[in-house]
Design a protein around this ligand. Structure first.
Ligand SMILES: Nc1ncnc2c1ncn2[C@@H]1O[C@H](COP(=O)(O)OP(=O)(O)OP(=O)(O)O)[C@@H](O)[C@H]1O
Ligand SMILES: [Mg+2]
Length: 246
């Protein structure tokens, strides 16, 4: 599946109402692995969230597989997109398997959810957790899992509907080197074996160069670099961080 943005401008409905994304033009092709980079506050999460209709579009448009995202088209397209939120976004009091099942809430009708999740979905959630080495922890409360284990639960939740696009917002933050590498390997395998289109927000430039085909660098809501993952530290060092006064 492809993602295309043209002249995308978004603003959150706050008193400031300032544009957060300010004229984004980009095309992500089927099966690409793209790293989204930039300083804190640049708009990376906002861009990912706008792909799934979680941020109001002011002007411009987003197309997924040539379909313009609108409230009407979103429901159909949303099923094909898995999103891993920054920080995991898990319900910590619920079990790992219940969190994974939350990933298919959008595709079930009210009656189905009233009677509990169908066996087919529960089996699939359990299989995914097993694939990610969490078989014995499937019924454990998520707050009792380590950061790396929670991140794998978040990936399983994004995958339960077999999406064709995977959007991952800092999936390795807070993880040790080994756990971070394991998470990236999972994403790389999904990309290679299932030709999934992957867009991942990263702060680790080494990870970006190792795994991504292409890097997009955002600065203050605009794309300032879009190309190969070469000399990324040079590209990032040209950005101006906001002044912090202590
Ligand atoms: N829900 C919101 N309501 C209002 N403003 C928001 C909201 N979420 C983010 N912003 C603002 O939008 C800008 C971009 O935020 P965003 O979260 O997209 O940055 P980011 O590049 O993901 O940063 P980070 O690396 O810190 O995660 C920031 O100035 C932030 O304050
Ligand atoms: Mg972010």
């Amino acid at each position: 599946m492809t993602i295309e943005c043209s002249q995308l401008k978004t603003a959150y409905s706050t008193a400031l109402n300032r544009p957060i994304l300010n004229g984004i033009d980009c095309q992500i092709k089927q099966g690409e692995f793209v790293a989204l980079l930039g300083l804190n506050g640049a708009g990376k999460s906002t861009l990912l969230r706008s792909f799934v209709g979680l941020v109001p579009v002011k002007t411009g448009e987003i197309r997924i597989n040539d379909t313009i995202i609108t409230p009407r088209t979103l429901r159909r397209i949303r099923r094909d997109i898995g999103l891993i939120f920054q920080g995991g976004g898990l319900v910590k009091q619920s079990s790992a398997i219940d969190n994974v099942l939350c990933g298919c809430l959008g595709s079930l009708n009210t009656w189905e959810t009233l009677w509990g999740f169908p066996k087919q979905q529960r089996d699939r959630a359990f299989d995914l957790l097993t694939d990610f080495g969490l078989k014995d922890l499937a019924y454990q409360k998520t707050r009792l899992l380590s950061g790396g284990q929670q991140q794998r639960v978040a990936i399983a939740r994004a995958l339960i509907q077999s999406p064709q696009i995977l959007l991952a917002d800092e999936p390795t933050s807070g993880l040790d080197v080994i756990a971070a590498q394991q998470v990236m390997e999972i994403l790389a395998q999904l990309h290679q074996k299932q030709a999934m289109t992957v867009v991942v927000v990263l702060h680790d430039l080494g990870m970006a160069s190792t795994y991504a085909d292409r890097a997009i660098v955002l600065d203050a809501g605009q794309i300032v670099y879009d190309g190969k993952c070469h000399n990324l530290s040079d590209k990032l060092s040209q950005l101006t961080p906001p002044k912090v006064e202590v």
